[in-house]
Design a protein around this ligand. Sequence first.
Ligand SMILES: C[S@@+](CC[C@H](N)C(=O)[O-])C[C@H]1O[C@@H](n2cnc3c(N)ncnc32)[C@H](O)[C@@H]1O
Length: 264
Amino acid sequence: MPVPPRSPSHSPASVVAALRAAGCVFAEEEAELLLAAARTPDELTSLVDRRARGLPLEHVLGWAGFRGLRIAVEPGVFVPRRRTEFLVEQALAQAPDASVVVDLCCGSGAVGAALADALGRVELHAADIDPAAVRCARRNIAGYGGQVHEGDLFAALPDGLRGRVGLLAANVPYVPSGEVGRLPAEARDHEPLTALDGGADGLDVLRRVAAGAARWLAPGGCVLVETSGRQAPEAVRIFAAAGLSARVAVSEEWSAHVVIGTCA
Ligand SMILES: C[S@@+](CC[C@H](N)C(=O)[O-])C[C@H]1O[C@@H](n2cnc3c(N)ncnc32)[C@H](O)[C@@H]1O
């Protein structure tokens, strides 16, 4: 059957123009993804419309690329940032043989999925306080045999994990409360405040993770968190005060700072 000609309103050029008019900086790349995702002209109209109204691209597509994986991302769930790939890289360098892995504050579960994908057979647990994130993470880590728990930080984890965790990754919320209003609208309007707001100095959740980590880590196990460059020195002090030996790894490429604490 001959392929019907594409209507002018659905040509690649018109999609690029619509996205550009809506202020999308990477209009060409986004148009390519939306054109590939739409199965019908109506669906394309709806995808372009939602994107033009400011929905994050990943929420429109239903997935985000993360270390070569397609991570399902549902509306209302934090979109994994490419910068966080650096945390995963550091975790793998620090504990290449980890067999018990926890992704705390897991959101979509991108970090846990990427760790399990790279490490192979691991016992993987993820946890988040937000039921929408928990549902989404289940989709992303089920294929790795991972379990996702719902609740407040360590309280969500099964007791049997105490003292056994080789790798604890925790991409906690770390935006200072006073700066949340200055985030791009995509984050402010479409990601939950609990995923962004880290309290007055942005380090409230990090403090609680540091305080609890040693009880869950195996000897020699490590905990990794992402911070801003400004927060990193204080985060190292917090880790050290919690009895962890701590250092910062920096990626110029991603402007990413990861604080790594190791349990004696
Ligand atoms: C910055 S997002 C990171 C999500 C994911 N790890 C990633 O890198 O894409 C922070 C996540 O922490 C969760 N969170 C915030 N406070 C929490 C708490 N007290 N206990 C468990 N999860 C929490 C939020 O729901 C959100 O999903």
